[in-house]
Structures are given as structure tokens and as C-alpha cells.
Design a protein around this ligand. Structure first.
Ligand code: NDP
Length: 300
């Protein structure tokens, strides 16, 4: 099997390089690409030429414009990378008869209510980033490609920038720390996302006719917490590991969304129901704490 991986140095892309390696030949590109292959999602013609040249069996797109707040003032760039480029990848995949695996986000929802979001729930993005990701999903659906779109949430990894690592840094540097306590979701490790992707790919490619497996799935770790709960968990674990913190887990202040204004509104309810993914691919999502602990042990 030949796999074209885009965005190889992002949180998820980095872990995909590891998880996809045993499945076949992986041609992994970052934005810079190689001498003869373009990995820049902003270059639509270059991207299409790359797919034609590589002629992969599967395209895995881990590249995205993920600067959620910056996207509010860079609408066109966010749309180009998160909507138009996945549309091109999907059209090229359809022309080749290749599969496309793509990642999307809980930010396609408006965050209302407290129930876990099912895949067929009405979308209603609150931000430019969320809209651009939804448009990416729609472009893929319109292409007729065999595609699996995995919506995930609150991604962290040992490598890259994320909330958990920011909390660790701030708790070492600052005298006080306040974190939003009224947004709920499940922190999901890039490792888990990459491993689940590999399991899905295996099942898709081992079946005679796997077309019925194409579709949108929610992929998040089990359980839920708030950003405040997530921060407390990270700091409690760090302090058990002997990390010197100026702010302990118990001292983290709980604040409302309104008390922490940011350019892009965030959904309050980011709880994703992963039942469809679990039953379709015979998987079981582990509790979110498990992966966070592992990541913290790794970075110490
Ligand atoms: P990261 O921000 O860690 O990685 C995104 C990657 O995309 C980076 O390596 C970045 O490269 C690359 N990229 C950005 N612009 C371009 C471009 N024009 N051409 C090629 N590559 C580009 O994101 P994650 O790994 O966390 O996200 C993976 C997927 O999961 C994305 O689809 C994202 O939308 C989705 N997701 C992420 C969540 C999160 O909390 N992070 C939550 C829910 C969904 P460079 O370093 O050069 O900028």
C-alpha cells in the first residue's frame, strides 16, 4: 500500500509517521515538500500534481490551518488550507480511486446543550476556523471520494504546542493561574488519533469492498472534563513527578468563558460521541486521563 501523508510535522502528522509505517510505503511531506513534490496546501495546483505523481492508494491529510484566533483575521487563508485544499485532495483521490483520511473538529458545532454530539447532529460553527473546517468536510463530501473524516477535539502531544504544555509552563512561571471552567470536552492524544487511523486503514484495505465504511466519525478519548479540570490534572501529575510549580493544582482559579475574552468564540459543549467509530471499527476509546499521563511522563 502506498500512503501519501500531508502535514507530517504537526502533532497528529508526527504520530502518523510512526503509526502508518508498518502499513506500507509512506511518502510523508511537510509544507516545504521535496525537490519534486509539493506539500504546501496553499498551492492547489502543486498539491494536485503531487497526488498525480505519487498515485497513492490512500491520502492522509494531517495538515491544517489550526491558529484558531488568528483565523478570525485570516479568513481567506484559513478557507484555502482548510476547505479548498481538502477539496482538491478529495477530487484527486476520487479520480485515482484512492481513499482520503481527513481530520476535522468539534468546532463545527455551536456548543449548545450538554449531550455528546453525534455525527449527524446539525452543525453551526461559531468561528472562522470552525466554518473553514466544515467547508472542508463539505468539499470532501461533494467530491464523491471514498473518504473517512475523523472529527476530534482538544488535541495534545508530547511534540508541538498545546494547552497541557502551556499550563505546565505558566504554573512554573506565574504566581496565579485562572482557567476556563465552563467549556467541556475530552483531551485527545495525537498518539491515539494516529493509532486509530492506522486501525481504520487496515480494516479499509483488508476488505474486498469497504465503501460502506466511508463517512464521518467522531474520535475523542472517553470521559470529559473542563479546561480547568484538564489544567488541574496536568499540574497534579507534574507535582507528583517532583516538578517545582509556583501554582499548585488546587490553586488554579476557575473562571467563566466571558472572563477570558479571545477573538474566536469557543463552543461550550465539545463532547463528541465516539460510539459510531467504536462499533464500526471494533475499537474502544480509552479514558482521556490515560493518554495525558503518558504524555506528561514522556516530556519530564
Ligand atoms: P498542528 O497545528 O499541530 O499541525 C498542523 C500542521 O499543518 C502543521 O505541521 C503545519 O505546518 C501544517 N500546515 C499549516 N499550513 C500548511 C500549509 N499551507 N501546507 C502544508 N502544511 C501546513 O495540528 P494538529 O496536529 O493538532 O491537528 C491535526 C488535525 O486535527 C487538523 O485537521 C486539525 O484541524 C484537527 N483538530 C485539531 C485540534 C487541536 O486541538 N489541535 C482539535 C480538533 C481537531 P507548519 O508547522 O509549517 O505550520
Amino acid at each position: 500500500m502506498k500512503i501519501l501523508l500531508l502535514g507530517k510535522n504537526g502533532q497528529v502528522g508526527w504520530e502518523l509517521q510512526r503509526a502508518l509505517a508498518p502499513l506500507g510505503e509512506v511518502i510523508a511531506l511537510d509544507r516545504q515538500g521535496t525537490d519534486d513534490l509539493c506539500g504546501d496546501l496553499a498551492d492547489l495546483a502543486g498539491l494536485a500534481a503531487t497526488v498525480r505523481k505519487v498515485a497513492p492508494d490512500v491520502i492522509v491529510n494531517a495538515a491544517a490551518y489550526t491558529a484558531v484566533d488568528k483565523a478570525e483575521s485570516e479568513q481567506a487563508l484559513a478557507a484555502l488550507i482548510n476547505a479548498e485544499a481538502p477539496g482538491i485532495l478529495a477530487r484527486e483521490a476520487a479520480a485515482l480511486g484512492a481513499w482520503l483520511i481527513h481530520y476535522s473538529t468539534d468546532y463545527v458545532f455551536d456548543g449548545s446543550g450538554q449531550a455528546r454530539w453525534q455525527e449527524d447532529a446539525a452543525t453551526g460553527p461559531l468561528s472562522v476556523y470552525g466554518r473553514s473546517k466544515l467547508e472542508g468536510e463539505q468539499a470532501i463530501a461533494a467530491s464523491g471520494a471514498l473518504a473517512v473524516v475523523l472529527r476530534t477535539s482538544w488535541v495534545y502531544a508530547a511534540r508541538g504546542h498545546n494547552f497541557a504544555k502551556t499550563m505546565l509552563r505558566l504554573a512554573r512561571e506565574r504566581d496565579a493561574l485562572n482557567v476556563v471552567a465552563d467549556q467541556f470536552g475530552a483531551p485527545t492524544g495525537a498518539e491515539l488519533i494516529a493509532d486509530v487511523t492506522a486501525h481504520i486503514l487496515r480494516q479499509i484495505t483488508c476488505q474486498q469492498d469497504a465503501r460502506h465504511l466511508a463517512g464521518t466519525y467522531h474520535l475523542s478519548a472517553a470521559g470529559e472534563t473542563s479546561w480547568h479540570g484538564f489544567a488541574q490534572f496536568v499540574l497534579a501529575h507534574a507535582s507528583r513527578q517532583g516538578v517545582a510549580l509556583k501554582v499548585s493544582a488546587e490553586q488554579v482559579g476557575a473562571i467563566s468563558t466571558e472572563a477570558y475574552p479571545v477573538p474566536a468564540p469557543r463552543p461550550r459543549n465539545s463532547r463528541l460521541a465516539s460510539g459510531k467509530l467504536e462499533s464500526t471499527f471494533t475499537l474502544k476509546m480509552p479514558p482521556w486521563q490515560q493518554g495525558v499521563q503518558r504524555m506528561l511522563d514522556e516530556i519530564q
